[in-house]
Write a protein that binds this ligand. Structure first.
Ligand code: ADP
Length: 482
């Protein structure tokens, strides 16, 4: 929905505009209502006072009016005109007295002519015994006035005349107007306070968000080392802290990746350098020394294999990190393990070792993708072959152990020193750098096995005794029968 007014686009502007609009409407409404009530109260009071005075005067003027009617010259005390003069002065109102036919008998204002018939809604009401006020223009005084009238009655209740009181409206209006000042001042004060508080509140909320935006923009532009100062209301403060943690993690991940790439490049460089050196030697002496050529070619083949393995491992790690695999399915690993044993048997024979396969023809299913599992067990077998001296024994076991399928590769090799054990699953970690590299390892194999185990909610464990051998066990949760 589009608003007809230009509505601010910034969060701070919108919060401020919303608060102020709502407060102006509610406080304005309240003040208007208060002002009208106060102003009406002033008018009601003025009318009520005048009615009361008229009533009191009507009582007080009964006798003097009777004397005028009876034309009683001997009457003691003040005459009717004198009396109304006195009343007019004390009440500050004009007092006019009429006979029962509304002909003016006396008035405190000399400009009113005796004998003239008076009219007005207040007289009509007074004749019916009611009291009524009337605000109207008065020709005699040339101003707006408030009128009221009361009957002057005899003892038997008969009206012998009427008294009319009137006061100018100007002072009443002035007093009514002055009633507006307190609500206006109060409303203005509250609005000003609201403005200041909402300004503070809007800033308090908008500032941390602006900070966050600036830092995000700086990060998007490549400046990754930036952090925000968390502040503002709880939710925004938490957002700021979470942002900082996320930025920290991103930096950490990037650093790890850079380190990984540097390691990988370093590992690639050694076999490449060796290849280049041997190629140069063959180029220089190949023609004259066929034995050297044959030796170097055999070594170069080993280096190419080493490169191949390294690249296979790097690609496998990248594929696992991308999570580009199809959904895992319940799988019986027995056929896969038998086929693996076949695959490695030439290597086993070449190394002068024996391989025993202790795997039942069927295994309870586990939820996996076969290819990564094949790679993991292959790596374990490959390590066992590499790190076991000729004449040794390698055994491949598999079976269910308490809700898990355990696949173990047992060797009778040199074992792993206890201080190296906690590190062997780290990327690029090798116990004996020179020996391991000679045997074609870059220290990625076990980290790959661990990553694959984690992928299927399993784990890989090692037990090793120096001089006796090692047991690597990959355990995977069994598929729970539905
Ligand atoms: P690599 O490719 O160098 O073999 P791995 O990550 O597979 O790297 O293994 C890490 C290190 O753990 C190896 O360098 C080796 O020193 C040690 N290791 C792994 N498996 C065995 C084993 N079966 N017997 C003895 N040492 C092993």
């Amino acid at each position: 929905m589009r608003l007809p007014l230009p509505w601010p686009r910034s969060l701070q502007g919108r919060l401020l505009a919303t608060y102020l609009t709502l407060m102006t409407l509610s406080i304005g409404g309240l003040m208007l209502w208060m002002g009208v009530r106060l102003q009406n109260a002033v008018l009601d009071q003025a009318q009520h006072d005048l009615e009361l005075q008229a009533f009191v005067l009507a009582n007080a003027l009964r006798d003097p009016l009777e004397h005028v009617r009876e034309d009683d010259k001997e009457r003691e005390g003040r005459s009717l005109p004198q009396l109304i003069q006195v009343y007019a002065q004390t009440t500050e109102a004009r007092v006019s007295v009429t006979d029962r036919d509304l002909r003016l008998v006396a008035s405190s204002d000399r400009r009113e002519k005796t004998g003239a018939v008076k009219a007005g809604p207040e007289f009509a009401a007074a004749r019916q015994g009611r009291e009524e006020n009337s605000i109207r223009w008065d020709d005699v005084a040339g101003e707006q006035r408030l009128f009221t009238a009361a009957p002057i009655r005899e003892d038997d209740g008969q009206a012998i005349g009427y008294v009319q009181l009137s006061i100018p409206m100007a002072p009443v209006v002035a007093s009514m107007q002055s009633m507006w000042w307190p609500p206006l001042a109060m409303g203005g004060g509250v609005l000003l306070l609201t403005f200041l508080v909402s300004l503070w509140l809007a800033r308090h909320m908008a500032h941390p968000l602006q900070d966050l935006t600036q830092v995000s923009e700086a990060m998007a532009a490549g400046d990754l080392g930036r952090q925000v100062t968390p502040g503002g209301p709880d939710e925004i403060e938490r957002l700021g802290s979470a942002f900082n943690r996320m930025a920290g993690r991103v930096q950490e991940m990037l650093a790890r990746q850079q380190e990984f790439v540097a390691h990988a490049a370093h590992e690639l460089r050694s076999p490449l350098t060796a290849l280049r050196l041997r190629l140069e030697m063959i180029e220089q002496h190949g023609r004259t020394d066929p034995d050297l050529t044959a030796r170097y070619l055999a070594q170069m083949q080993g280096e190419v294999e080493q490169l191949q393995r390294l690249i296979d491992h790097l690609l496998a790690l990248a594929a696992l990190d991308e999570d580009a695999l199809p959904p895992p399915a319940p799988t019986d690993l027995a056929p896969l393990l038998y086929s693996l044993a076949d695959t490695v048997s030439p290597l086993v024979q070449q190394a002068g070792l024996r391989l025993t396969v202790d795997v039942p023809s069927h295994l309870p299913p586990v939820l996996v993708n076969p290819d990564p599992i094949r790679m993991a067990v292959y790596n374990l077998l490959d390590n066992a072959i590499k790190y076991t001296p000729a004449g040794g024994q390698i055994t491949l076991h598999a079976g269910a152990v308490g809700g898990h399928l355990a696949v173990s590769v047992v060797d009778t090799g040199g074992g792993i020193p206890p201080d190296a054990l906690p590190h062997i699953f780290e990327r690029f970690y090798r116990v004996d750098k020179a020996r391991s590299r000679r045997q074609g390892g870059a220290g990625l194999g076990l980290s790959l096995v661990q990553r694959i185990a984690q992928l299927y909610h399993g784990e890989v464990q090692v037990e090793s005794q120096v001089g006796q051998g090692s047991v690597f066990t990959l355990s995977l949760p069994l598929v729970q029968p539905a």
